[in-house]
Design a protein. Structure first.
Length: 554
């Protein structure tokens, strides 16, 4: 029994010793950890750095010398344009004064189809496809005005072409402006710039010429020949995107002679054939120069293809050759562009099958001939194929338009054409396109006199109509009205956004229309300056409801 007690006593003594040893070990570990942690405190660490070498900034090295030289050369002649538009009264005058710029009547063409930037009513349905660069002014109302009837500000770019202060920009930048300010690259930050006046505008090419008075000669750009450009050439775009002055972007020419007519169901003017580039251009770039690697301006940035209202790598610039021609006419005594015409329309694009069946390789098939005008007087008929002008072969519609439009009214040209498979020639006297279209829109003939049956008003409005077929009326659930059969390019109807062939006009100026006769009677009473509003329905989709479409007769 005593032995057992002795053994238990020893066990307890050893267990206490063992426990004490463990506790001592743990305490020592904690103490060592604290010391180590305290030793790595960065605030108290001192590291010798006598062997570290100081950083040195090297001397500047010219790498992309071509780009930098071009920017230094062209940049001083690129300007920022700010515009202010006031709410308009019912008579079209500004609440703050008269509109700036000439009152130019330059309707769209007789040879092509559609409208270009800045023409007709609104944007001609191009807002989602063919955006213009008005800048980032405040929210806009239906007519581009501020919703509260106050001021509307917009931004754009331009470039100086004459040291006396003549500047080229886009017409859509200044078209609705009451005040225009041009800020030079040397103007102080915060300075609004110099007051500008409009020398002249050309809606068909979306070109405008401005003038500022500074008192000293201004730097100018050097204009280049756009015909010498090639796909793949490097180009720089200079301007004020989003108001950021003197912004430069680089890219290449990605396509040439780009016509937007018909693409995406949207028409552009027949005088608008663009240089396409992937140089980044955005709102505010409009009117700025597109420059080649020789520092020459070979285009003016005009529009972009976008679905987001920003740059997506496809921009369009008006070629310098077109700019120079328009500029030279706008600075002339008349401050307007005069173009020739022969009074025809034609299909802009034809397939190779059409050319094969009708027996020609290059040329233009006439769609219609305006009675009493040059082509009609020369004996040309719809279906004839124009193949040459003064012995020079015609490549296509663009070639025909450029040649005829560039001739002076009153001059003559010899047309080679095919009629019923036979080659013929005819001499035509070139007419003034604007005067001819104005006469057509007013229901007059070439002499300015009424053409009898054309007083019906159909010619005046620029559309042909017919009675609504009974099956169409029954399906659409409508009574009366007239169906739009065709719309003449460049006419009043052509300028109304949303008015298209196939739709039914139910009312004109709140007057119900029962048939063609009633439509003609109402139309014949219209005169220049009258407001015309149509109540229209799409017979294929009557559930979408009626639409009101209107404008003012030129």
């Amino acid at each position: 029994m005593n032995v057992w007690k002795v053994w238990i006593g020893k066990f307890r003594t050893r267990r206490l010793s063992f426990t004490f040893a463990i506790l001592a070990t743990l305490s020592a570990g904690i103490l060592i950890g604290s010391v180590v942690a305290h030793g790595v405190d960065g605030k108290e660490t001192k590291v010798g750095s006598s062997d570290a070498q100081p950083l040195q900034i090297p001397s500047p090295v010219n790498l992309s010398t071509t780009f930098t030289q071009i920017v230094k050369q062209v940049g001083p002649a690129v300007v920022n344009i700010n515009t202010v538009s006031y709410a308009k009264n019912s008579n079209g005058r500004s609440a703050q004064g008269d509109l700036q710029g000439p009152d130019e009547n330059n309707p769209e063409g007789d040879q092509g189809q559609g409208q270009g930037p800045g023409q007709g009513q609104g944007d001609n349905g191009m807002q989602d496809f063919f955006n213009h660069f008005f800048g980032f002014g405040g929210p806009q109302g239906p007519q581009g005005e501020a919703p509260d009837g106050g001021e509307r500000e917009a931004l754009g770019s331009g470039f100086i072409v004459d040291p006396r202060g003549y500047i080229i920009t886009n017409n859509h930048v200044v078209e609705k402006a009451d005040k225009i300010w041009v800020k030079l690259s040397t103007d102080p930050r915060g300075d609004q710039g110099h007051a500008a006046t409009v020398v002249g505008t050309d809606k068909a090419t979306d070109i405008a010429v401005l003038k500022i008075n500074v008192g000293t000669p201004l730097p100018t750009v050097k204009l280049g020949n756009s015909d010498g450009t090639q796909i793949g050439d490097w180009v720089l775009a200079i301007g004020s995107p989003f108001g950021l002055n003197q912004t430069v972007t680089a890219g290449i020419i990605s396509s040439e002679n780009r016509s937007l007519t018909g693409e995406g169901g949207i028409g552009a003017g027949e005088f608008q054939h663009f240089i396409q580039t992937d140089a980044a251009i955005n709102p505010g770039n409009s009117g700025g120069p597109l420059v080649n690697m020789d520092g020459q301006v070979i285009g003016m940035n005009t529009a972009i293809y976008t679905q987001s209202a920003g740059n997506e790598g496809i921009g369009f610039a008006m070629p310098s050759d077109t700019i120079a021609n328009v500029y030279n006419q706008l600075i002339g005594p008349g401050h307007k562009v005069v173009r020739g015409s022969i009074g025809i329309t034609f299909q802009a694009v034809t397939s190779s099958a059409v050319a094969h069946v009708y027996g020609f390789k290059n040329g233009v098939i006439i769609s219609s001939v305006t009675p009493g005008f040059p082509a009609d007087k020369a004996g040309l008929k719809p279906g004839d194929i124009i193949t040459s002008i003064d012995g020079r072969p015609i490549k296509g519609g663009d070639d025909l338009i450029n040649d005829i439009a560039g001739r002076k009214p009153g001059s003559t040209a010899t047309l080679g054409y095919i009629h019923d498979g036979k080659h013929e020639t005819a001499t035509v006297t070139i007419a003034d396109r604007a005067a001819m279209m104005a006469a057509l829109n007013n229901g007059e003939g070439p002499s300015g006199n009424s053409n009898g049956p054309q007083q019906s008003g159909t010619t005046k409005l620029g559309m042909s109509v017919s009675n609504v077929p009974s099956d169409m009326a029954s399906k659409a659930g409508i009574t009366g009205g007239v169906v739009i059969r065709s719309i003449r390019p460049g006419s009043f109807a052509d300028g109304l956004q949303g008015l298209i062939p196939g739709e039914v006009i139910l009312q004109m100026n709140r007057q119900p229309i029962a048939n063609v006769q009633q439509f003609q009677e109402l139309a014949s009473k219209l005169k220049s300056g009258d407001d015309v509003v149509f109540l229209v329905v799409d017979p294929q989709h009557p559930s979408l409801g009626n639409t009101y479409i209107g404008g003012t007769l030129p």
